[in-house]
Design a protein around this ligand. Sequence first.
Ligand code: C2O
Ligand code: CU
Ligand code: CU
Length: 422
Amino acid sequence: LLKDGTKEYNLNVQEGIVEFLNGSKTKTYGVNIDFLGPTIRVNKNDTLKMNVKNSLKEETVIHWHGLKVPGKNDGGPNRSIHPNDTWTTQFQINQRSSMCWYHPHTHEKTGEQVFKGISGLFIIDDEDSLNLDIPKNYGIDDIPLVVQDRRFDTQGQFLYKQSMHDTMMGVTGNFSLINGIVDPYVKVSAKTIRFRILNGSNARIYRFMFNDKRAFYQIAGDSSFLPKPVKMTTLLLSPGERAEILVDLSDLAGKGILFGDELGGKPLLKIFVKDEKAQKYEIPKKLTTINEYKNIIEANVREFELNIRPGWLAINGKQMDMKRIDEIVPLGKTEIWRIKNPQRMPHPFHIHGCSFKIISRNGNKPYLNESGLKDTVLLLSNETVNIAVKFEYESTKKYPYMYHCHILEHEDAGMMGQFIVK
Ligand code: C2O
Ligand code: CU
Ligand code: CU
C-alpha cells in the first residue's frame, strides 16, 4: 500500500522447477513462484500499480484478462517486456465483482508461455460480492479451481506444440491439473461450497459435472454475478471463461464426491467431506441487477467471421498483423458485434477492454447461465452470436486492444485482430 492509497504489486515472471510426476523435475515458468502465480484480490475503485519484471530469457508481457483498463495498461503483444526489464503500469478498477485472471500475451508465444505456467487469478470485490449471503472464506468454502491440462515427454518435461495438428486442434494434454496439482483433492465441511472455476487450458473445452450428477447453481460468469442462480447439472466452459458455482454437499458428511469432465470422462478433483454436523443454507433468490446494455436502439453492427483452413487461421479473412489496425471503434457507444463461426471447430471469442452482454445465440435467447456480463463467448459449430459491447477507455495505434480466439494455438497462428477505441 503506497501513501496515496495505491496498492502496489510486484510480479516477477521467472523460471521454475516443479515435480508434477513422481521423480521428474519439470522446467516451468511462474509468477513469483515456480508455477502459476499469486491471486490478486482488489476492490472496485482501487488504484493499482503493477511492476511486472521479466526474469525469463525471452520476451513476455502480462495481460489482465477481463479488466476494463485503457489500451496502454492492457498488456497486449505490443507491450512486450525485454528480458530483465520491468514494466510498470497504473490503473483503477472500474467494474463489477468478478474473477478475472492474468496471463502472458507474447506475440506468437502466448500458448507456449501459458502452458509453461504463467497464469494467475485476479479477483475483484464490490458491494454485491461483499453483501450477498454466499460462502466467502477463501480456500475454505470459497475455493478457486484453475483447471488446465498438460502433456509430458518421457523426461517429464512439458511437451508443447509438436505438429500442424496441434495448431489446428490446439494443444491438449492427458494430465489434468487443478491449481497446478496433478491428482488434486480438497477437504471441505458438510455444507454448501462455492467453487470459482477458470478454464485456464490452452485449448480444452470442459463440461464439468459431479459424478453423482447432482445439481448445482451457477451464480457468476466471466465478468459479473448472474441476475439469479441458475440450476444445472453440467457446466460447459471454454478456455478463458470463468464460472462460479454453489453446490450443496451437506448430505455427504464423512463421504466423498468427484468433480469431473463429462467430455473427458476423468475425475478432475476429489472432494472429501468432513464427518461433522451438516450446515443448512439457503441460496439467495436474487444476486444482482444487470442494468448495462438495456434498451439498445440503433446500434452499429460489426461482423467478425472466424476462419480456419489447414495451416491458416484468421478473422474476416485476415491473419494477425501487429502493424495493422483492423477496426476503429467509437468510445462510449454501444455496438452490436456479430460473431460467426461458419465451420465445425468451436472457438471461444474474447475481447479486450470490455464486459459485454450476449444478446442472442443463433437468433434465440442466450443460455440462462450467460445472462450476466462476459468477456469470452464460446461459438460451437455453425453458431452466430450477437453481443452488445461498449468501451469506456481508449486504446491507441501504439497500444491497441485485441479480439481473438482463446484457443491459444489459434490466437498464436493468427486468429486475432487489433482495434483502436477513440
Ligand atoms: Cu485472455 Cu487476449 O486474452
Ligand atoms: Cu483479455
Ligand atoms: Cu479458435
